[in-house]
Design a protein around this ligand. Structure first.
Ligand SMILES: [Zn+2]
Ligand SMILES: [Zn+2]
Length: 296
């Protein structure tokens, strides 16, 4: 069996003509059987792709050949197969959809390495840790004691900071997200809002759980690809933080209800998913607008 890799990368840098790159990049990826999604914008690049180990090595060289991307950080993991079905390359206004256009990246929180976050916990440092992801991501996994704001999407971050986090301005605060990209601006907004001691987890959860599974990360990591979730821990107590919506068994798996008019995310074990025909309720099971193909 061939071994595959999945990689995450991003960089904020000025790209003069991102529209010119998009089509060529897509062609290159298709020719080299790279799948996933890559966004280009004036403010930079953001991508997650999968491919055979060999093709991923080629891809990394290809990306690093762009002026300004020589030092880009690829976060990597192994996989048994492609984690995406198709390749999408898109031109975007922002590389992360949010409401933080007006913050300055130079105000971003201090970078905290995975080792140092581990140390924060081990040394029982007095700090607040905040999940910068959406509610459905933090529902299936989070860092110990993390504040998990009930965000529907990243556009709500300002409100979270202004309302939910306002009492922590004088505390040491650590923000984290999947690969680090959301925290660049999320932490900058906190600094600009008067928070005194802000850190952002460098490389995100993705990097932390590779280095330190079975420590302070609890449950699974939500991913936006075919794997749906990555379960890094072996320790039974750290394996799952969520429960199946139907039977209550610990799991970190989830599906979107297959009634497209509903489409809500429900945590469900594999057995209940099948038994309930990938739907959240009787009503949804009876819908005429269900997905044609099972997904998840
Ligand atoms: Zn179940
Ligand atoms: Zn439903």
């Amino acid at each position: 069996m061939q071994s595959y890799k999945v990689i995450l990368f991003y960089k904020y840098l000025e790209i003069e003509n991102p529209a010119e790159i998009v089509d060529r990049h897509l062609e290159w990826c298709i020719a080299n059987d790279i799948r996933g999604r890559v966004f280009f914008a004036n403010e930079g690049v953001n991508g997650t792709v999968s491919g055979t180990e060999e093709n991923i090595e080629k891809y990394k060289k290809h990306i690093a050949a762009f002026p300004g991307l020589e030092d880009i950080w690829f976060k990597e993991d192994f996989s048994d197969e492609h984690t995406f079905k198709k390749m999408h390359v898109r031109l975007k206004h922002q590389i992360v959809h949010g409401d933080l256009d007006d913050v300055s990246l130079t105000n971003g929180g201090k970078r905290l390495s995975s080792e140092d976050l581990l140390k924060f916990y081990e040394e029982k440092k007095d700090f607040v840790i905040v999940d910068a992801r959406n509610w459905y991501e933090s529902k299936i996994g989070k860092f110990r004691n993390a504040i998990t704001p009930p965000m529907k999407n990243f556009r709500e971050w300002k409100k979270v900071v202004d309302v939910d986090l306002k009492d922590y301005k004088n505390k040491t605060v650590v923000t984290y997200c999947t690969g680090g990209i959301r925290c660049e601006k999320a932490s900058a907004y906190m600094v600009e809002s008067g928070f005194k001691d802000v850190y952002q987890l460098d490389g995100g959860i993705f990097n932390y759980i590779k280095q330190f599974p079975d420590t302070y990360w609890q449950g699974g990591m939500f991913v936006f690809d075919e794997r749906r979730v990555v379960d890094p821990n072996n320790d039974e107590e750290l394996k799952y933080v969520a429960e199946c919506y139907f039977c209550g068994k610990p799991t970190s798996y989830y599906i979107n209800c297959h009634n497209l008019d509903c489409d809500r995310i429900i945590v469900s074990c594999h057995k209940c998913k099948v038994e309930n025909d990938y739907c959240c309720s009787d009503e949804c099971r009876k819908s005429n607008n269900r997905r044609n193909v099972y997904h998840g």
